[in-house]
Design a protein around this ligand. Structure first.
Ligand SMILES: *Cc1c(COP(=O)(O)O)cnc(C)c1O
Length: 388
């Protein structure tokens, strides 16, 4: 394995060495008092990173899709109506999962590269009785970032639970769960949470927990049943061990370290850093004449960017960029998969990583025959990065 490539995809991401070191400590018994201390701290800090002091955190072995599954299986019952604000691949996936558990799903979409307007969502919410409104904060297939604050307000106004897929957003893109009234939000460890893949994190508001308690039908999942996990999470948070299914002990060590690092930076500073890095990167791509999947700069995510290949240059660009030391991701949205690429810029990224990435893309473009003023993208990005 080449040790010096830079992993700039939308998860898994380049990690802080301290997180990896923490994971290499001896595996404790999951029911030891020492591990209960560690897991208890993690749960407390998950609330802080999600900015939801009164929310109920859940941390389980699994990926982001498990978190989606948990949100759906616990909060819809057969025949419930769910509205999905669809901005790409993960909106499609959420609709499919909700349908699997018996929800009647309506989807609101816009043209590829655009976000459905709030007015359209409100028109639908006011025309029927929806149990739940699901939105992908940052859809990793399009790089679009939704107005979660506005959507959560609408959901509350029309009595629907707001469910936010923050898998490519949480801890990078600004999200204030409690202040914005988001009921359920979730992410996975390998995205902006900055830990290796393997953990699903979900925080449910007290209102969501009440709705769960009032549920009539049995939850169709066993491992995903939040009623099984609730006492476990509560007991661990009191620094006592409990058992339902074995937690991935060493990943929890890694998560403890990454949460500590984020909170030491402060969530406001962390959101601001992501925003400046995202805007600097997007400005540099624009300066180099590249077109991004989102039509409007205001709709672009802080955590990742989706960019069309220039004409006559296709996926071979990624191999050239990799030869320059930076790993990028190909397309994911089925309608345009071979026409664009994706760059992740979340987690412990700073000017060094983003400038290296821009330089590697510039060089890759030049060696593909693209006409470009050398250093232009770097200069444009650097101007913005000086604000950090
Ligand atoms: C990555 C991602 C997922 C799925 O997460 P996995 O860990 O791959 O299961 C879901 N939603 C969004 C927005 C994502 O970026």
């Amino acid at each position: 394995m080449q040790e010096k490539t830079l992993l700039m995809i939308p998860g898994p991401i380049e990690l802080d060495p301290g997180v990896l070191r923490a994971m290499s400590l001896p595996t404790l018994s999951h029911v030891s008092p020492e591990f209960a201390q560690i897991f208890g701290e993690v749960l407390e800090n998950v609330r802080r990173v999600f900015l939801s002091e009164s929310g109920q955190p859940f941390v389980l072995a699994g990926s982001g899709t498990l978190a989606m599954d948990m949100a759906a299986v616990n909060f819809v019952e057969r025949g419930d109506k769910a509205l999905v604000v669809n901005t790409g691949y993960f909106g499609d996936r959420m609709a499919e999962i909700l349908q699997r558990y018996g929800a009647e799903v309506t989807q609101v979409r816009a043209e590829l590269g655009q976000i459905p307007p709030l007015e359209e969502v409100e028109r639908l919410l006011s025309s029927d009785s929806y149990k739940l409104l699901a939105v992908t904060h940052v859809d990793t297939s399009t790089g679009l970032a939704c107005d979660v604050k506005g959507l959560a307000e609408l959901a509350a106004r029309y009595g629907a639970l707001s469910v936010v897929d923050g898998v490519c957003a949480t801890a990078g893109q600004e999200m204030r769960q409690e202040e914005w009234g988001v009921d359920i939000s979730y992410t996975a460890s390998q995205k902006a949470i900055s830990t290796p893949p393997g953990l699903a994190l979900l925080v449910a508001s007290q209102k969501a927990m009440e709705i769960l308690a009032e549920r009539k039908s049995l939850i169709a999942g066993y491992y995903t049943d939040l009623n099984k996990w609730l006492p476990i999470m509560q007991i661990y948070e009191e620094r006592r061990p409990a058992y339902f299914a074995t937690p991935p002990v060493n990943l929890i060590y890694g998560l403890r370290e990454s949460l500590r690092q984020m909170l030491a930076e402060g969530m406001d500073a962390c959101f601001r850093r992501h925003r400046i890095i995202g805007e600097a990167f997007q400005a540099s791509m624009r300066a180099m004449g590249l077109k991004m999947v989102p039509h409007r700069a205001d709709d672009m995510a802080s955590t990742m960017t989706a960019i069309y290949y220039p004409e006559h240059i296709g996926a071979s660009l990624l191999g050239k960029v990799k030869a320059n030391g930076v790993v990028l991701a190909g397309g994911l949205h089925p309608a345009i998969a071979d026409r664009y690429f994706r760059v992740g810029h979340m987690g412990p990224v700073g000017p060094g990583e983003i400038l290296t990435t821009i330089a590697a893309i510039e060089k890759g473009l030049v060696s593909s025959g693209y006409k470009l003023e050398a250093g232009l993208g770097l200069a444009v990005a650097q101007r913005r990065l000086l604000e950090l």
